[in-house]
Design a protein around this ligand. Structure first.
Ligand SMILES: Nc1ncnc2c1ncn2[C@@H]1O[C@H](COP(=O)(O)OP(=O)(O)O)[C@@H](O)[C@H]1O
Ligand SMILES: [Mg+2]
Length: 334
């Protein structure tokens, strides 16, 4: 007889006291367990709560993750009664623009899968095409297999996965990597979860040309762009965790910054927020450094002034494009 998935402390004492023979039966009835039992044993709830607390917005993503967690908990309970058919397919695809939280959520996902016992180790190995595909004949298979070996027992996160497939080049080595991945995704799915990530439109095109990959992905999660209010909240969270805060007028200045920055090229959601705050911290440091003699309080050291934000180039360089020419210098009008 195989051991139950979870040992139930005290279960023996409550098992069928009226049937004396039942105690010697090798297959005593299994005490039905509750969702709460599984949650209590797995710590998955605390991971889900952290996800809810630490990540701003992402409402559809969080709700999908809760659904997946529920599926896995129920799957555990089904397995206890011999109802599970096979290991659930957990390979996923995260689509969205840069800085929308895909990598961050993949890390949390690994924790969730680990806490429920779906992966042994719960680590994330993050790769791109260059980590999987070789330059010369015979180099790709060993490269891909090495990465897979490292990722076993955890999550393999393939960023911009569509670069594995080059439709213009039939003999591209990426195809070899895809075939090895497909095999492992099918045969070792009880020990490895693959998450593909990237822009939504390119991923869709990739799946159209690679139906084998598409059919092995059980969960598609789409990460929306953040709106201005969410970006401002993310900024607050990032500042707080670094022990900084906005001083008088600085939050409003950062809001104005975001509105301009969003409209510019290469805006990368929460990542651009992080970069902008890093630059504001540099300016704060230069400002404080310039005054050699004043003793600096903890408050002064942790406060970003409005001027630290307003010195950004987005306030001086108008975005390119028609109608965005620099305003004429003042005082030249007739
Ligand atoms: N919803 C969010 N709430 C708070 N911080 C976020 C959120 N989404 C992303 N971030 C932060 O933004 C940065 C970029 O996120 P990342 O997961 O690398 O995005 P992606 O992989 O989609 O490019 C990280 O530092 C992350 O902590
Ligand atoms: Mg990423």
């Amino acid at each position: 007889m195989t051991a139950p998935l979870y040992a139930i402390p005290g279960a023996k004492a409550t098992a069928m006291p009226e049937a004396a023979e039942a105690a010697v039966e090798p297959t005593a009835p299994i005490r039905p367990r509750s969702v709460a039992d599984v949650l209590a044993e797995s710590k998955v709830e605390s991971v889900l709560d952290e996800l809810e607390r630490d990540l701003i917005g992402l409402v559809p993503v969080k709700s999908r993750i809760r659904d997946i967690a529920a599926l896995l908990v129920i799957d555990k309970l089904r397995a206890q009664h011999g109802l599970a058919a096979q290991a659930p397919s957990l390979h996923m695809c995260f689509t969205g623009n840069p800085g929308t939280g895909k990598t961050t959520v993949a890390m949390r996902m690994a924790k969730i899968l680990h806490s429920l016992g779906y992966v042994r180790k719960g680590h994330v190995v993050s790769v791109t095409r260059d980590d999987l595909v070789g330059q010369y004949i015979g180099h790709t298979a060993p490269k891909t297999k090495e990465v897979l070996k490292k990722a076993m027992g955890g999550v393999l996160f393939i960023d911009e996965a569509y670069y594995l497939y080059r439709p213009d080049n039939e003999r591209d080595y990426g195809q070899e990597a895809i075939e090895i991945l497909l095999q492992v995704m099918e045969n070792q799915r009880d020990d490895l979860v693959v998450i593909l990530a990237g822009y939504k439109d390119r991923m869709n095109t990739f799946f159209q040309s690679n139906p084998g990959m598409s059919s092995r992905i059980a969960h598609h999660l789409d990460f929306p762009d953040y709106d201005g209010a969410e970006l401002l909240q993310i900024a607050g969270l990032q500042l707080e965790s670094a022990h900084y805060r906005f001083g008088a007028g600085a939050r409003e200045a950062f809001d104005a910054y975001l509105q301009r920055r969003i409209a510019q090229p290469h805006f990368a959601n929460a990542r651009s927020v992080r970069n902008a705050l890093d630059r504001a911290r540099l300016r704060q440091a230069s400002r404080l450094y310039a005054d050699r003699d004043s003793p600096l309080t903890a408050e002064a050291l942790s406060t970003l002034a409005a001027s630290d934000i307003l010195a950004s180039r987005v306030f001086t360089n108008e975005p390119p494009g028609p109608g965005c020419a620099r305003p004429a210098p003042q005082g030249t009008s007739p």
